[in-house]
Design a protein around this ligand. Structure first.
Ligand code: AMP
Length: 455
């Protein structure tokens, strides 16, 4: 019997793995340009960390955590998000004493949530995000939003809507919570059992309820904007003015509250509609948190961060055909020994070329030349290296350009120089530097940059 993968997980391989790497590398590069450095917290944490930080009233903690007792009877949880683990790491390693503030870190890796699997929603999925911890200057909030925006632009996603709101300071949220409690207490009999619990634990969470009848009641609930203190209003206004100065378009959405309890002040989501009209909802989200570091035993310093769902980003980019052609594994050479006895020469030649920095694969089966060409084509190899009786006898190989079909005999001693010449950059007819042969008379252009221009 075949053992299949766990429900809600998915396998990422071949071209899709290239697409994930591409997206992750763009996000890493831009984050490093913004002076964030990489952090790799463990996947396993004590369950209490998430209960205390993400919050007992959140769906993530109440329903979605992969929690179990280990052999030492400790309650452990597979991280459902990164922020709490990074807060723990910063406090435990006393980084707020040791490093200049704010501490700026980016992360990338799997998270686990026991959700109902559906299109674009998994139980194990990947998040990329950043945290900027330890400074209360609102410019830190704007810097993080600007980083998220720059990442999306660098990926070519222009059709993004930044929805933004403020949850205010502690006083604003206490006032708002009281107002929500009063409003929902009168209507709670008609609401779902989850909302009854939410009313006790944190009435703000009722605003996230997905039950259609409850959504109707939520529509007329008091609005956060009416309960903000003057200081909270001023701070939000300042943040919006900075976004305007930086030409980052936004929409204020006063229904936006975010599902994790640690947020305060500014919160935001990036929404995306593909050019085909598919609505992907939130592809990333984040916000400011005042008390999280203190909550996990550290000093009273705030933080701000965001997180993108990598699966969502890859789907969106594929939908809008925004993944560049050159992200896929394009093999440079495919070595084709014409018979098993030429395979040792084949692997030796392959290794000579590899040592010079070119990618090489070799056919390990004793099959006909035509079948080997089909394999080379399937691997999208640029050149074939053919080795048979004559070649071995004369210390030569046949080098065939699989785009132009031209071939030449090359002495083994000259192989390195010949290959270097083939890959020398030159001005292509498309105006870019690439390794095609189009500048030579009569050669058709097959380079990717040219393909892109044609399209
Ligand atoms: P959150 O930590 O809930 O704010 O989620 C941040 C981002 O992760 C979302 O905007 C989605 O892009 C992505 N995401 C959240 N839940 C899932 C899921 N179950 N499967 C895939 N992506 C998800």
């Amino acid at each position: 019997m075949i053992i299949i993968g766990v429900k809600g997980t998915h396998d990422i391989y071949n071209n899709e793995a290239c697409e994930f790497s591409y997206v992750e590398n763009v996000m890493k590069r831009i984050s490093e340009i913004f002076a964030f450095t990489e952090v790799r917290p463990p996947v396993l944490e004590h369950s209490e960390l998430f209960v205390r930080s993400v919050g007992e009233s959140s769906d993530v903690v109440r329903k979605e955590m992969y929690t179990f007792l280990d052999k030492g009877d400790r309650s452990l949880t597979l991280r459902p998000e990164f922020t709490a683990g990074i807060a723990r790491l910063i406090v435990q390693n006393k980084l707020t004493n040791l490093q200049e503030l704010p501490i700026k870190m980016y992360y990338c890796g799997p998270v686990f949530r026991y959700e109902r699997p559906q299109l674009g929603r998994y139980r194990q999925f990947n998040q990329f995000g950043v945290e900027c911890i330890g400074h209360d200057n609102p410019i830190a909030d704007v810097d993080v939003i600007s980083l998220a925006f720059t990442i999306l632009q660098s990926l070519g996603l222009d059709n993004v809507t930044l929805k933004i709101n403020t949850l205010g300071d502690e006083e604003s949220r206490n006032n708002y919570r009281d107002a929500l409690k009063e409003y929902f207490s009168k209507r709670i009999d008609k609401m779902c059992p989850d909302c009854k619990q939410r009313l006790e634990l944190n009435p703000l969470r009722i605003l996230d309820c997905k039950v259609p009848e409850d959504k109707e009641i939520v529509k007329d609930a008091p609005k956060m904007s009416n309960y903000l203190t003057d200081a909270a209003k001023e701070k939000f206004k300042y943040i919006l003015s900075l976004l305007e100065e930086m030409a980052i378009p936004y929409e204020v959405d006063d229904t936006l509250v975010r599902g994790l309890d640690y947020y305060s002040d500014v919160v935001f989501e990036f929404h995306y509609k593909s050019s085909k009209g598919n609505d992907y909802g939130a592809i990333g989200a984040g916000g400011h948190y005042d008390k999280l570091i203190k909550e996990v035993g550290g000093p009273d310093v705030p933080g701000v961060g965001f997180s993108f769902g990598v699966e969502r980003l890859v789907s969106v980019l594929k939908d809008d055909e925004l993944i560049p052609n050159d992200v896929y594994n394009n093999l440079e050479f495919y070595v084709m020994p014409m018979g098993a006895k030429y395979q040792p020469t084949g692997i030796a030649v392959a290794n000579i070329i590899r040592m010079n920095g070119y990618s090489v694969d070799m056919c390990l089966d004793d099959i006909k030349l035509g079948s080997m060409f089909k394999r080379a084509e399937k691997k999208n190899a640029k050149f074939a290296i053919i080795i048979g009786e004559n070649e071995v006898a004369n210390g030569k190989v046949i080098l065939k350009n699989l785009h132009t079909q031209e071939q030449l005999e090359v002495k083994l001693n000259d192989l390195k120089d010949t290959i270097d010449e083939l890959f020398e950059e030159h001005e292509c007819c498309c105006g870019d530097d690439c390794d095609c042969d189009c500048e030579e008379e009569g050669h058709e252009c097959h380079c990717h940059c040219h393909d892109k221009k044609e399209n």
